[in-house]
Design a protein around this ligand. Structure first.
Ligand SMILES: [Zn+2]
Ligand SMILES: [Zn+2]
Length: 249
């Protein structure tokens, strides 16, 4: 929704333009440009534009009203005035070059090209991947609701509607060896099959030197028992000693 601008705010904008014009007249004796016409029809991410051909300024009403406290009038209004003044004084399209920068300094404002106003209102729809919440525009949101898939560049998972409320990678719960109930666990060696080809298990066997605990060796302690049993079935000798595990062929 485009907000309507109260007369009081329009007055503040006009006053800022008049202040800029006053400085320009005092600084450049030949300055004869009349005051510009002001429009408030810009939308999207553009804060304002200046049209020297029509001597016209156009501001974004949404960004104006949202950023009254963030210096919209002091910074953005002056920025656009500086375009009209610079192009008139130097009789050329100064863009954001040194001539424009000089006028900005004359007007007492830092010559910055871009604004950094909050633009989250342009992307009000929340979607999530496995790692974060993504903000989507209404247009993209509608397309995605119709099945257009979007992936997160970071985690490569497809986005789902709604914000990320949970973390898929919760801090690992530490389970001490004592919490694993080994009673009734038998590591049978009788049924000897081929040695394991499971890369992760081979890695574990490689690391195991009889000094580590089950936790240190197996990432997922809940799966450890099953994995140890698999190893035993595959013909490995498993020894458990005070929580330390030894695996040998
Ligand atoms: Zn500009
Ligand atoms: Zn992600």
């Amino acid at each position: 929704m485009t907000p309507t601008i109260p007369d009081e705010i329009k007055q503040r904008v006009n006053n800022q333009i008049k202040t800029c014009w006053k400085i320009a007249k005092n600084t450049y004796p030949d300055f004869k440009l009349r005051l510009p016409v002001v429009y408030y029809t810009k939308r999207g991410g553009v804060a304002g534009t200046a049209n020297s051909f029509c001597n016209r300024l156009n501001f974004n009403p949404t960004l104006l009203m949202k950023n009254l406290e963030n210096g919209f009038i002091a910074q953005t209004v002056t920025h656009e005035c500086a375009h009209l003044i610079a192009n008139h004084v130097y009789n050329t399209d100064c863009k954001h070059g040194n001539l424009w920068k000089r006028i900005m300094l004359d007007l007492g404002v830092k010559p910055e090209r871009c604004h950094n106003y909050d633009m989250s209102h342009l992307k009000p729809h929340k979607w999530h991947c496995a790692c974060q919440t993504h903000n989507m525009s209404k247009r993209m949101h509608n397309a995605m609701m119709k099945g257009v898939g979007r992936r997160c560049k970071k985690c490569k998972t497809t986005l789902s509607p709604g914000p990320l409320t949970h973390h898929l990678d919760p801090p690992k719960r530490k389970i001490s060896t004592s919490r694993i109930d080994w009673t009734g666990t038998s590591f049978r060696k009788d049924k000897i099959c081929e040695p394991t080809k499971n890369a992760r298990l081979l890695e574990i066997i490689d690391m195991c030197d009889g000094t580590q605990t089950v936790e240190q060796l197996f990432n997922d302690v809940k799966k450890a028992k099953k994995q140890i049993r698999t190893l035993a079935r595959r013909g490995y000798a498993i020894e458990l000693n005070n929580g330390k595990i030894k695996i040998s062929c």
